[in-house]
Design a protein around this ligand. Sequence first.
Ligand code: BES
Ligand code: MN
Ligand code: ZN
Length: 498
Amino acid sequence: MEFSIKSGSPEKQRSACVVVGVFESRKLTLPAELLDNASGGYLADIVRRGDMEGKAGSTLLLHNVPATLCDRILLVGLGKEKEFREKEFASAIRTAVKVLNETGAFDATLFLTELQVRKRSIAWRVRQTVIAALDATYKFDQFKSKKEEIRRPLRKLTISVERRNELAPAEEGMHQGLAIAEGIALTKTLGNLPPNVCHPAYLAEQARTMAQTLQLDCDVLERDDMEKLGMHSLLAVARGSHQPPKLIVLSYKGAKANEKPIVLVGKGVTFDTGGISLKPGAEMDEMKYDMCGAASVLGTMQAVARMALPINLTVIVPATENMPGGNATRPGDIVTSMSGQTIEILNTDAEGRLILCDALTYAERFDPDTLIDVATLTGACVVALGNVATGLFANKDGLARDLQDAGDEANDRAWHMPLWDDYQELLKSPFADMANIGGRYGGAISAACFLSRFTRKFDWAHLDIAGTAWKSGADKGATGRPVPLLTHYLLQRAGKLN
Ligand code: BES
Ligand code: MN
Ligand code: ZN
């Protein structure tokens, strides 16, 4: 889909479709009112008759409205005006784009972006419009032999802004939105790919291709390299699999060479059977999503490079399968991590932390300004926060606050969880420096505590996306989260969040 920005009045648009909003209890928005005035009360009449009450999610398509230059008008219900916030704004855009895709219109002019959303800027509204529009039309059908054809898909969306002095920030918001939306799409696709296709070598190949197209530095460590570095914790997870593990490193340099990088580490378990501590069979297919942390940091890297942000960013992905097998790690095995700390592996299904800890130690060599890891780490996080918020942990409160704000700004919320020392006791082992599990209660926290033992040298945050990275059920699929949160945090850090 192509996007452009324009400023003009709705009744004068020569467009296949003009899209305007109606609030609940039948209140026309300003652009709708302008159309209504031009057409001699045509819209008000329809609304009065009850055909469009303004309920959120409702739409009404009108043809040949008098005294307008467009072929159609799409009315979009916005819900209660008082409750119209960031989330409602994005939903309205999604609804509009989905309907536009099913009408005959190839192009449309959208007046919903003119709507005020609390204190959100024009750049914010345009950015969110582009992200929501592209997200709503995302499809993953590469394995369907018969694709569902959209007869006349929407090709061009013109976003209208109220004033001419809004054109420049709107343009910038549009370009950022495009980059972020493509990052989200990449993340979704990597997540959705089946685990026989998307294995560690596939992720490494993706990273190499990204490096070429975006001029990034790329380095892939092989099993031998990991052995030399002493990454025995990561290697312990990879033992059961016939797929060799990879440690992928991508670097983007948008700032001065001596500026410390922000480092993102993403869990890349391309399939998690649990290993010898085998998972139950029900819904085990969903463990193909156990590389969504990796997918999200790659998607974020792509977006940052496309936006050419003036920051240095390094992405690290430990990638492996977690499989049972004759050579697999046993519960009770003790390994020495790259940091030198020993780990008693009591449950081979707690493998995420085992691969992350070595990646975190490896990250020290980049001297991170800030390090954020992203992982589908614990079922316990899903129990705690459901599918709404990502679990957020940090060894610095300011960083937690910044990430939480970025999530709010991006419609991709995270919730700050405790990381008090009291929880560290859960990881005691009688035989090694620590166990890899912390017992039944507080599982998301004890997992974060485990990681905290490998991140003492830098400011660090951990995002547990087990509940937010994908949706189950009928419209199953990767969500692309937390790419919106991460990209907004990095926009903020780069001073480009307008
Ligand atoms: N990948 C899973 C976490 C997970 C579970 C994500 C369900 C999404 C849905 C992780 O590797 C895992 O298996 N964690 C265990 C840890 C436990 C053994 C301490 C879990 O959460 O059950
Ligand atoms: Mn597991
Ligand atoms: Zn896992």
